[in-house]
Unconditional design. Structure first.
Length: 126
């Protein structure tokens, strides 16, 4: 059974923009809001060179990495051909409320998905 953690309101994420979510361990998660108000969550790390996807340009249901313009699908985290590789997607839930639509992320995924990436990079840099 999943435990969902409230993160923000949909309106807190700019249309065709993003918002970063810090985690206790691991790289941050980026929340993206498409023009049709669909919300997606990916590890804030391009599979190519680790660029911050939250700083990229959102178009359709994709984001362009700000470093080398790779196109990453927001639904699956995978690079579009001819590029290859994937970043980690996170489950997102949106619940309607009196004060706006609430964005929630799975607590277990926040604690466990891709936490080793930051630890591995920190050791390599040392």
């Amino acid at each position: 059974m999943s435990h969902w953690v409230p993160i923000c309101l949909v309106s807190d994420i700019p249309v065709l923009g993003s918002r970063r979510v810090a985690r206790e361990q691991g790289a941050p998660v980026a929340l993206f809001r498409a023009a049709d108000d669909h919300v997606f969550a990916l590890l804030d790390r391009c599979p190519h060179k680790g660029g911050p996807l939250s700083q990229g340009i959102v178009f359709g249901h994709s984001v362009a990495c700000p470093l080398h313009n790779w196109t990453i699908g927001l639904a699956d985290g995978c690079a579009r051909a001819p590029d290859e590789g994937c970043t980690t997607p996170f489950a997102v839930r949106v619940e309607r409320g009196d004060k706006g639509d609430q964005v929630l992320l799975d607590a277990q995924e926040l604690k466990t998905l891709a936490v080793e990436l930051l630890a591995t990079e920190s050791r390599a840099a040392a």
